[in-house]
Design a protein around this ligand. Structure first.
Ligand SMILES: Nc1nc2c(ncn2[C@@H]2O[C@H](COP(=O)(O)OP(=O)(O)OP(=O)(O)O)[C@@H](O)[C@H]2O)c(=O)[nH]1
Ligand SMILES: [Mg+2]
Ligand SMILES: [Zn+2]
Length: 300
């Protein structure tokens, strides 16, 4: 047993929670007979727990952070995977994922997968677009998930060492493929994108936490559609790219950076080309979507 009796929840099975002992680097199964919760919520993959004498979980330790979708906790970096092709690259989808993760105050990095499918010109154009993300502070990596020698794989591997990394993204972008190339012994199931009614098939069906060196990797099921259910219109500026940095620059400190907002520094930076126009279009589109959540709040 680990000396401080603390284990990490790495999987949830019909027999109970699978736990990992970081000192011994070994796994154990804890039957789940007690109803242990964390502030009324169920245990999450990623939680740290203590066991009683019978080996049952009797305490969930304080969480550093957690995500509602995918449901997991204690993440150092969420890697958002977005493919160049199959499915096609979409900055709108990427910005929406970024908003979702930043809402939970988790650090985001961006992995652009399937770079091998791009022609040289296409690669150059997408690189240029991605430099916009790098300029405002995100780490961006292009990868061919099947080849650790190509593109930015080595830099990525270096940056995720000894941390808890969540692989998040649409179904079929290559989350499990990337994890397998990082360490082939994980043998995560990978499947060709199979499109029926435009939704795709989810190859990874549950969240698992994989011990990797001194850190961990979360493999997660992909999204087929995504709604930002908790974010209200007033929250969006704090979840979207670097838009929160305008808080002191706009005339009104609750400025939502709408097109006609009085004295909006962001809109003026947009005209000067300092703010990317494509990202701003995404912002307005997502803003329209999350307004539904404002109404919902009023009804309660
Ligand atoms: N050409 C190319 N194909 C890739 C790359 N990454 C993944 N694929 C292929 O894309 C398909 C889906 O890969 P997965 O790793 O299963 O995707 P996933 O994100 O784990 O999908 P879900 O588990 O459904 O969320 C497989 O056929 C992979 O071989 C890549 O970098 N280049
Ligand atoms: Mg998968
Ligand atoms: Zn503004």
């Amino acid at each position: 047993m680990s000396s401080n009796n603390v284990f990490r929840v790495v999987n949830s099975t019909s027999l109970g929670y699978e736990l990992y002992d970081e000192e011994k680097k070994s796994f154990l199964l804890s039957p789940n007979r007690k109803k242990i919760t964390y502030h009324g919520e169920k245990i999450l993959i990623g939680d740290y727990v203590r066991l009683d004498e019978q080996g049952m979980i009797n305490e969930v330790l304080e969480r550093n952070n957690f995500l509602k979708r995918p449901r997991l906790s204690n993440v150092d970096i969420a890697l958002i995977l977005i493919s160049c092709k199959e499915p096609d690259f979409s900055s709108y989808l990427l910005d929406k994922f970024i908003a979702m993760i930043q809402y939970s105050q988790i650090k985001v990095s961006i992995v652009v997968t399937k770079a091998d499918l791009l022609k040289k010109k296409e690669y150059e154009a997408l690189s240029l677009r991605m430099q916009e993300y790098a300029r405002i502070g995100y780490s961006v990596y292009f990868v061919d998930t099947h080849d650790e020698k190509k593109f930015d794989f080595v830099r990525l591997l270096d940056d995720i060492k000894a941390k808890s990394i969540a692989f998040v993204g649409q179904t079929g972008v290559g989350k499990s493929s990337l994890i397998n190339t990082i360490d082939p012994s994980f043998q995560r199931r990978v499947d060709a994108l199979y499109v029926t009614s435009g939704r795709g098939r989810h190859t990874t069906k549950e969240i698992v936490l994989l011990p990797f060196g001194e850190g961990f990797l979360f493999d997660t099921p992909g999204f087929s559609e995504m709604e930002l259910q908790d974010i209200k219109s007033e929250d969006l500026r704090n979840c979207f790219l670097n838009y929160s940095s305008y808080i002191d620059k706009c005339y009104f400190n609750d400025c939502k950076h709408q097109e006609n907002a009085k004295g909006c520094a962001l809109v003026s930076d947009l005209k000067d080309g300092v703010v990317n126009s494509d990202s701003y279009k995404n912002y307005l589109k997502i803003m329209e979507e999350v307004k539904v959540n404002d109404l919902w709040k009023k009804k309660l």
